[in-house]
Design a protein around this ligand. Structure first.
Ligand SMILES: [Fe+2]
Length: 321
């Protein structure tokens, strides 16, 4: 199907101004021209976060699994594809058993098998290029007669959105089949009673979608943003805490995906993850099935209170069916 990654997310939120401030602090750039009531923020690759009041009738309706409507949450993801022919293939495939509409700009809108609003468009994101970090180590000199870039603080710029996580009810094998069989996602690895890590058919990211199971939890859980390196992650988290935003978990490094992480509670709904150094996966990687997450999920973490915790821990009452 040629799906390459996340192009855009639309949130319906209780407090548009606070949500906008959060994403600006997080390292996105406010786009000119959008109204204050519906701001659009952009990442370095051109991906976008669109914010609207939760009361906006133009927002996609919440999926039926929410027992209680959350005041703020992510309402629709737009996946990017490489070619117009990919869009036609998706439209034909999903049009067999559900309503698929097409915007004037060509974007498709529909629902997945749990009713989450999803869309597709020819990607507007650009490929990113960055030079390797010039660092020094034993027997390896990458930087001579110069300070490191990270020797002085700087504001980070979020580079791209890399994955989404939904809470998926335990019995919902149907969601896995939908993304794999209908949309061409690949399973990278699955963990018994925990969930499935999937990557888009045209992506080498360890995961672009994680379908996570915990009891009856239902709904959007988090979106992960990719930064250039670990210094970016540290500067991002440090700045967020200085601005008064609340850390959820981190900093640390995941076992599955290998990526460095730092999560924050987000006023637009759910949590957000800043990270870097995610595993790059090819077709030579066999889908793995694990009984448990090794090492409790993190190879290292900084805060003692994070021991044994996973992303999404804590009370999510609004998301229970
Ligand atoms: Fe994540």
């Amino acid at each position: 199907m040629g799906i390459s990654g996340i192009d855009s997310l639309t949130y319906g939120v209780a407090d548009v101004a606070a949500s906008r401030r959060f994403f600006e602090d997080w390292g996105l750039t406010l786009l000119d021209g959008a109204p204050d009531s519906a701001p659009v923020l952009q990442l370095a690759d051109g991906g976008t976060i669109c914010l609207r009041a939760a009361s906006d009738a133009a927002l996609p309706a919440l999926p039926p699994g929410y027992g209680q409507a959350p005041p703020s949450t992510m309402r629709e993801v737009i996946w990017g594809v490489h070619h117009a022919s990919d869009l036609q293939a998706i439209e034909a495939e999903l049009g067999r058993d559900r309503l698929v509409t097409r915007d004037a700009d060509g974007t498709l809108h529909t629902r997945d098998d749990l009713g989450y609003a999803i869309g597709f468009r020819v990607t507007r994101r650009k490929a990113l290029t960055h030079e390797a970090v010039r660092d020094n180590g034993p027997g390896r000199i990458g930087r001579i007669d110069a300070r490191a870039e990270a020797a002085l603080p700087y504001r980070v710029r979020q580079q791209r959105m890399v994955h989404l996580v939904y809470w998926v009810p335990r019995q919902s094998q149907q969601m896995l089949q939908f993304y794999v069989e209908r949309l061409g996602f690949h399973v990278t690895e699955s963990v018994k009673n925990v969930g499935h890590f999937l990557r888009c058919g045209a992506s080498g990211d360890h995961h672009n979608l994680f379908l996570q199971t915990r009891g009856d939890n239902f709904g959007f859980q988090h979106v992960a943003f990719e930064l250039r390196n670990i210094d970016d992650v540290m500067f991002c988290g440090q700045h967020m805490e200085q601005q008064g935003w609340k850390s959820h978990l981190g900093p640390g490094r995941h076992v599955l995906g290998s990526n460095v992480y730092w999560y924050f509670w987000c006023p637009a709904g759910g949590i957000v993850e800043a990270g870097c150094d995610l595993d790059f996966i090819t077709d030579h990687w066999p889908a793995k099935e694990l009984e448990v997450v090794p090492a409790g999920g993190s190879s290292w973490f900084v805060r003692a209170e994070d021991a044994g915790l996973r992303p999404g821990h804590g009370d999510w009452p609004q998301f229970k069916a």
